[in-house]
Write a protein that binds this ligand. Structure first.
Ligand code: KIV
Length: 275
């Protein structure tokens, strides 16, 4: 059954945990969907894990549409949320609505996500008024990496913790259907989760959020540039891939691949006429 924003709210109301993963391509989205994931995020983390940038700053709307549309084609049941990249909404409320609309029309998103709390409440409200569901993202927001001065846990002082709660309340009041909380102390994330009615989706925010999200390459051991403390590795697919690649290289070198069963046949008479 297709998950929608209402499914997420129902799950919070019934005390059921929401699971989300990122995906950036058709095949991965299909596998996650078949496994029963509730929501898939086409994160602008694709800047790191797919495009090899150091951060998410250079990701464009065209990147999000190209990768996002492959995921929406692969996911039959999961709610697909597509990230609004850096400078696609910060510039004005008008730009926010136009670019959110592009993600819905051109990539067929089920919802969009943008980073920011109180300051971006007007942008969220305008997008929601255009009938586009918005997932907000507060705490450690990677598009603000240069303003933060690095990937640092957020909300550790009294003022910062109060601000985080205000941010969550503001995005809820603006109409966001859910909010991602990233890189904040677990006890603070619990307080935020209790302070709002919409579902909170945690990443590096402890077990008391209403749901969890991870970047799938982190979970599968496929990305080794950096591994945050909050990541749990569920499989070592990176090693399995490298071993398979090495075996293939060796077999090509030794000429043990391809074997007869991998070859197409032709009538011998045809071959003879070629000599
Ligand atoms: O871009 C992304 O993958 C994200 C998640 C880490 C929440 O925003």
């Amino acid at each position: 059954m297709k998950n929608t924003v209402s499914t997420f709210q129902k799950m919070k109301d019934e005390g059921k945990k929401i699971s989300m993963l990122t995906a950036y391509d058709y095949s991965t989205a299909k596998l996650e969907d078949e496994a029963g994931i509730h929501g898939i995020l086409v994160g602008d983390s694709l800047g790191n894990v797919m495009l090899g940038y150091e951060d998410t700053i250079s990701v464009t709307m065209e990147d999000m549409i190209r990768y996002g549309s492959t995921v929406t084609r692969g996911a039959k049941n999961a709610l697909v949320v597509i990230d609004m990249p850096f400078m696609s909404y910060q510039t004005s409320v008008y730009d926010a609505v136009v670019n959110a609309g592009r993600l819905m029309k051109e990539a067929r998103a089920g919802a969009v996500k943008l980073e920011g709390g109180v300051k971006f409440a007007p942008h969220i409200k305008a997008i929601v008024d255009a009938s586009i569901p918005v997932m907000a993202h507060i705490g450690l927001t990677p598009q603000s990496i240069n303003a933060f001065g690095g990937f640092k846990v957020q909300g550790k002082t009294e003022a910062a913790a109060k601000q985080l709660i205000e941010d969550a309340k503001a995005v809820e009041a603006a109409g966001a259907f859910a909010v991602v909380i990233e890189g904040v102390p677990a006890k603070l994330a619990k307080l935020v989760t209790e302070a709002v009615h919409i579902p909170t989706i945690g990443i590096g925010a402890g077990p008391d959020c209403d749901g969890q999200i991870l970047v799938y390459q982190d979970l599968l051991g496929m990305f080794s540039d950096f591994t945050p403390k909050f990541v749990k590795r569920y499989a070592d697919i990176g090693t399995i891939m490298k071993d398979a690649f090495s075996t293939y290289i060796k077999e090509v070198d030794e000429q043990s691949f391809p074997e007869e069963k991998h070859c197409y046949t032709i009538n011998e008479e045809v071959i003879e006429k070629l000599y």
